[in-house]
Design a binder for this molecule. Structure first.
Ligand SMILES: NC(=O)c1ccc[n+]([C@@H]2O[C@H](COP(=O)([O-])OP(=O)(O)OC[C@H]3O[C@@H](n4cnc5c(N)ncnc54)[C@H](O)[C@@H]3O)[C@@H](O)[C@H]2O)c1
Length: 291
């Protein structure tokens, strides 16, 4: 436990299962009070478990892409716990889409994936940021994908697997032919991260993104179906591994990194690597203050 995290209030979205559940557990272990939201009712089991760590916890079944739900959830967290210090924008949806899809499928894909992965983050951020500003600082961690740093096609599904010139790492950057909408939503997350990091830096709020690689959750298992073998799954991260990276980002404290997309690409060690040169500009450097 670090003093920095004890008694802080953390929100984790999409915490019924998978990566979000592991992050909620890790933050409770560090002494944070934790509020979780998910579409699945299993999320309601989590507070009892987390409270065994001596922290306060609350859970709501709800859709982060619904503005009323996002606002009511955050307002309730503020009323219960006094404010918000940490927001982990983790809730996500992922399925295949491509340029060849018909328009009706595309609209459903867009609303489903962009609605949760991007609009949900944006709404939760808008709802929580005023409280962080009032408290003099905070942390936002957005969950992206390693498709920002690789071509993004799971090797198992890649139609050019045998002939792919990048069959061995490092793989090329930039999205996959079967993930156009998912990747667009996650690339949007990188943009939110940069913009928020710049605007919120004067308020002591750090905003980072995790470019998440293959992790053993139901999202990946359902997606790959029969292609999953024990040998393949053994190469994936476990949700607990990247949970420690989230804790380590926050533990850097007020002087820590901001505006960084942390690469947890498949095949790399799951650790918080040293801070890269900041990509953001400051009000001083551009002569403009967003406040
Ligand atoms: N598992 C991977 O390999 C992997 C790789 C890259 C990125 N990610 C990202 O990590 C995050 C977590 O993924 P996971 O693997 O744990 O997936 P998961 O499907 O196991 O869990 C996602 C959770 O989010 C919830 N959720 C989805 N839409 C929601 C909404 N609108 N409102 C509230 N809750 C919602 C789901 O009910 C579920 O509990 C996602 O953003 C995903 O895109 C995962």
């Amino acid at each position: 436990m670090t003093e920095l995290l004890i008694g802080k209030t953390a929100i984790v979205t999409g915490a019924a299962i998978g990566i979000g559940r592991a992050y909620a557990r890790a933050l409770a272990r560090e002494g944070c009070n934790v509020a979780v939201i998910d579409l699945m009712s299993e999320v309601l089991d989590l507070p009892k478990e987390l409270e065994r760590r001596g922290v306060k916890a609350t859970a709501v079944v709800g859709d982060v892409s619904d503005p009323k739900v996002a606002r009511n959830f955050v307002d309730d967290v503020i009323a219960r716990f006094g404010g918000v210090d940490i927001l982990i924008n983790n809730a996500g949806k992922c399925w295949v889409s491509s340029s060849h899809d018909d328009l009706d499928k595309t609209l459903a894909d867009y609303d489903g994936m962009v609605g949760t992965n991007l609009k949900g983050e944006y709404l939760m951020g808008r709802a929580a940021i005023p409280s962080m500003i009032a408290r003099g600082g905070g942390n936002i961690v957005n969950i992206g994908t390693d498709h920002g740093v690789t071509c993004g096609s799971p090797r198992e599904l890649c139609p050019r697997l045998d002939s792919c010139p990048w069959a061995e790492s490092p793989r090329p950057t930039g999205g996959s032919i079967v993930f156009d909408i998912y990747d667009a939503s996650k690339y949007g997350t990188y943009a939110l991260t940069f913009a928020w990091a710049k605007a919120l830096r004067p308020h002591g709020i750090r905003v980072n993104c995790m470019a998440m690689g293959a992790t053993d959750t139901s999202m990946l298992r359902n997606f790959l179906g029969d292609a999953v073998t024990p040998e393949l799954a053994a190469t994936w991260m476990r949700p607990e591994d990247s949970a420690q990276v989230v804790v380590d980002i926050i533990k850097e404290g007020p002087g820590g990194r901001t505006g960084e997309t942390i690469n947890l690409c498949h095949g790399r060690p799951t650790v918080l690597e040293p801070e890269r040169a900041p990509l953001y500009v400051t009000p001083d450097s551009i002569g403009y203050d967003a406040r």
